[in-house]
Design a protein around this ligand. Structure first.
Ligand SMILES: Cc1cc2nc3c(=O)[nH]c(=O)nc-3n(C[C@H](O)[C@H](O)[C@H](O)COP(=O)(O)OP(=O)(O)OC[C@H]3O[C@@H](n4cnc5c(N)ncnc54)[C@H](O)[C@@H]3O)c2cc1C
Length: 362
């Protein structure tokens, strides 16, 4: 029996678990997740009768393995195409026509929120071989002989495993490894891995969620993307267009995500300031009706998406022979995408299976 501990129940962690359990008998997987639910940055909130994705916004890819997963392997009952286009907007308020090249690739969401994807992935895992530990942060790891020991913040042992997979955003994985370096097989090699991980920057994102009563004009697009990436509001998505279930009849739901530069400057600002600035920008763009939402919430993503990447084999060098793998969207080209997280999970499972002699990931 091989025991694999996965730190993080986002798409990378769930994908790795699925690939390990599909491809080899005799593997037991434990997933440790610090928050109350699964999905990580694929995150959905229910607010005042609305359903809103406040992290990842939509699924858009032609990547064959992921398209096959989405359309053939997983239940498609709640999968909905987003038919309205994404359009660029300019600082002067001009909204450009949809770009046919971008619109040629279908965009998808789930009727009741993107976390459905995580739930569907979890539901596929065989119950007898998987244990999910929610609200259980892993604070330190140690390699002892042929085992990895996972510990909580009090230094208590959570479990012993044959391999561990870290799937937090790379800066957080770096901190966890740095914290653990003294207890690793090769402290210097571990610190080299930490240095490599820290080379990948993750940009912050302030995600402001706004609910509006009836009477707002028909939106010009599913979402508007700022042509100038230094604008305060980079992405404005009309969430109620994803599916009728997203908002009570006639109401509108807007996700206003700030660009990296302004998110960084204002990340620690009081909520009232972030909301005030968002409403001012919306008024400037769309007029006064957008100044008076029924409700507003702010979600702060300190590590939203990677800028750049560090290839899997650079942070998991085979020569180091570590029992601890680092995975996640920052290890993939064009990371910061749900499908890249999924592929990272497959890649990591493949590496572990190669070491224990399991079947290849299809
Ligand atoms: C604002 C925003 C907008 C985005 N928009 C899109 C989009 O439109 N389309 C798209 O494809 N992608 C988008 N993304 C990116 C996408 O969400 C990510 O690429 C993907 O979800 C990453 O998955 P992951 O499993 O690698 O990481 P995560 O989802 O971050 O999962 C890591 C998990 O590890 C847990 N964890 C961390 N540390 C510990 C610890 N010490 N112990 C236990 N658990 C721990 C975390 O709680 C988390 O659940 C967006 C992301 C954000 C934040």
């Amino acid at each position: 029996m091989t025991i694999v501990a996965i730190v993080g129940a986002g798409i990378t962690g769930l994908s790795a678990a699925q690939a390990l359990l599909q491809c080899s008998e005799g593997i037991q997987v434990h997933i440790y997740e610090k928050s109350r639910g699964i999905g990580g940055r694929v995150a959905t909130r229910r607010i005042e009768g609305c359903i809103v994705d406040h992290g990842a916004q939509n699924i858009k890819t032609t990547e064959p393995a992921f398209v096959n997963l989405l359309l053939e392997e997983l239940d498609t009952a709640d999968l909905v195409p987003i038919v309205a286009p994404v359009r660029l907007w300019r600082a002067n308020g001009e909204i450009l026509p949809p770009d046919p090249r971008h619109e040629a690739i279908s965009k998808y969401a789930y009727r009741y929120g993107l976390t459905t994807l995580a739930k569907l992935l979890l539901a596929r895992l065989p119950k007898e071989w998987i244990a999910l530990h929610l609200e259980t942060p892993v604070a330190r790891l140690a390699e002892e002989g042929e085992e990895v020991v996972l510990k909580d913040g009090e230094g208590r042992e959570l479990m012993r495993a044959d391999f561990a997979v870290l799937t937090a955003p790379l800066p957080q994985a770096a901190s966890l490894l740095a914290e653990s370096a003294l207890w690793m097989r090769g402290t210097q090699q571990t610190l080299d891995r930490v240095r490599a991980l820290r080379e990948v920057e993750y940009v912050p994102c302030l995600s402001v969620l706004l609910g509006y009563g009836p009477g707002l004009p028909e939106p010009p697009a599913y979402a508007l993307l700022a042509e100038d990436r230094s604008e305060t509001l980079l992405w404005l998505a009309f969430e109620h267009l994803k599916a009728p279930e997203r908002a009570p009849h006639g109401e509108s739901l807007l996700v206003a995500q700030w660009g990296p530069a302004m998110s960084r400057v204002c990340f620690e600002e009081a909520e009232a300031m972030v909301v005030g600035r968002t409403l001012n920008e919306l008024k400037r763009l769309f007029g006064e009706t957008y100044e008076r939402p029924l409700w507003v919430q702010v979600k702060r993503w300190r590590y939203s998406q990677p800028r750049g990447m560090m290839p899997f084999e650079m942070i998991n060098p085979p020569a180091v022979d570590s029992l601890i793998y680092v995975a996640g969207d920052g290890t993939r080209p064009e990371g910061g995408r749900i499908h890249q997280a999924y592929l990272s999970g497959l890649e990591t499972a493949e590496a572990i299976l190669a070491r224990i002699g399991g079947h290849n990931v299809a």
